[in-house]
Design a protein around this ligand. Sequence first.
Ligand code: PLP
Length: 366
Amino acid sequence: MKIQMVDVVGQYKKIKPEVDAAVHRVLDSGNFILGKEVGELERNVAGYLGTSHAVGCASGTDALQVAMMALGIGPGDEVITTPFTFVATAETIAILGARPVYVDIDPKTFNIDVSKIETAITPRTKAIIPVHLYGQACDMDALMAIAQKHKLRVIEDSAQALGAQYKGKKICGFGDIGCISFFPSKNLGAFGDAGMVVTNDVDLAARLRMIIVHGSKERYYHEILGVNSRLDTIQAAILLVKLNYLDQWNNARLQAANRYDSLLTGSGVITPHRAPDRNHIFHQYTIRTPKRDALAQHLNEKGIPFGVYYPVPLHIQKAFSMTGGGVGDFPVSEEAAGDVLSLPMHTELDESQQEFITNTIRKFLG
Ligand SMILES: *Cc1c(COP(=O)(O)O)cnc(C)c1O
């Protein structure tokens, strides 16, 4: 049985005529940079999320970087996030000369443990970057209360959670800026790199719009330092088509997660926790087992793909030695890094594939 971790081609085939027509319209127009589809996508994503502004950029990583640039974060500043995230979250903090300050995660949701944030705040703290990991929102009410009390900015790393809700409201608009990735494997994936920043603040939106084009409003007149990080028109055209399917696809992931939950009942693995006031959109379906490494090897032998997100927390990564962390500093993250395993999860996953995967797991652990 051929099972894929993410089936981008299978999904494309179902909407091929629409996508191909959209791409050909861009090819025929010749407007490859900031063509009209980019603006359309920005309006549609803002509408989808309920934010007032959206600005396309070249990737989710760039979204984080330009968000921090717009907020004036730089040398001497500290930014709080977790060490259990994709490298980009902390990498962009450090690239701007600021310092990532980590807070451990909640063992159930894998998201920042809000009860530990206040002890990490210093006079240099400028912002908090909650990461809505695996497709489930952080505890935003509690987090925003702390941010307001200490006058901190909040940048939501929503790369894995486009469409996820917290208490009935979509994430991305809780903080100052929401950062989206359209990396092909994300819930809304382009056919290459792409990203977006969203905000409800008109001045921040104007700054973001300048920063992505070399800090200029008018070409060759540069008001602030910026970067070259535009969302490609071809990608925007593809994403415009795909955005119409996002809720349906997130729902397909939820149905697949429900099937995994019941197929894995009593198997000995810990299935994903769903916080009651949030809707998980299952970017990843991540199980936990102390026998993770042995199970991983077994799945390999059986030809079942899986992922380990993430095997090494950022505070013990070589590239982040400047933050001075060591083994034992963030035990909950370290434990998760040692026992998480993400199973195949995508919109094309069917019941027989899931039965094969879960039977293989049950037999091995049983
Ligand atoms: C994917 C991802 C990013 C980076 O997005 P890219 O588009 O790959 O640059 C940032 N943060 C998290 C949590 C991610 O999963």
